[in-house]
Design a protein around this ligand. Structure first.
Ligand SMILES: [Zn+2]
Length: 227
């Protein structure tokens, strides 16, 4: 019973978006600057990266892509196109495992191998890390802290809240209405199931800009002094 409670509590902590036992966790940037970071998790995929990049280019918006190392390896041209377009690339693990019960060595390997793959593409900026499934618990933040890196989460998640059947317009309205200065928006656009998000992107960009926000990379949002 006591063990069950403990496991339950640990699970709740691992799920919580803005709490962890130690290590810096970031869910948003400063609230006094009219800046927003659009972030896209997973991939890249050869099939859907071009549409995302096109929508961002059309809207003259920069974004941050948290990429999976294995998928970069499989689709290097898609990853290179993201970098070429001037977007930030983050590390979203090597193969998107559930990291809660992984050994420290295995977690380190997931992070280091993906960093190396990103660097092999010639990427020079800071590489932020976002855990797969938003899970972090104890070992992962400990390792990230050792590496001097925060755990980068998010503060607006339209797909999660609206569900898999959400239409593009619902996603766009949610983001445009809910976003506040400093928010980090979590989006997924790399798979066929993410069509609504891809379709929502032009309206998200236009709507947020009409509200006076500018788009910045996650690294610039969370560390504005470090230009
Ligand atoms: Zn993911």
């Amino acid at each position: 019973m006591a063990l069950g409670l403990l496991v339950g509590a640990a699970y709740q902590i691992s799920r919580a978006r803005d709490f962890q036992l130690f290590g810096e966790i970031i869910t948003h940037g400063p609230r006094d600057m009219p800046q927003i970071a659009l972030t896209f998790d997973d991939g890249p995929t050869a099939r859907h990266t071009p549409a995302l990049l096109q929508a961002l280019a059309d809207g003259d918006a920069v974004a941050t892509f948290f990429l999976v190392g294995r998928d970069i390896d499989a689709n290097p041209e898609a990853a290179a196109a993201i970098i070429e377009a001037g977007h930030e690339v983050g590390n979203h693990s090597w193969d998107h495992p559930r990291m809660v019960l992984m050994s420290p060595a295995a977690i380190r390997e997931q992070i280091i191998r993906t960093d190396a793959t990103i660097r092999d593409l010639g990427y020079e900026g800071p590489i932020q890390f976002r855990p797969p499934f938003g899970k972090k618990l104890v070992v992962l933040p400990w390792i990230l802290r050792e590496m001097g890196r925060p755990t980068v989460m998010w503060s607006v998640e339209p797909e999660t809240l609206l569900g898999a059947d959400a239409e593009a317009n619902d996603i766009a309205i949610h983001v445009v209405e809910q976003a506040e200065a400093g928010d980090i928006i979590l989006l997924h656009g790399m798979f066929s199931t993410n069509q609504a998000t891809r379709d929502a992107l032009p309206e998200i960009i236009t709507g947020l800009r009409e509200r006076g926000f500018e788009f910045v990379r996650v690294s610039d949002l969370i560390d504005p002094a470090d230009d």
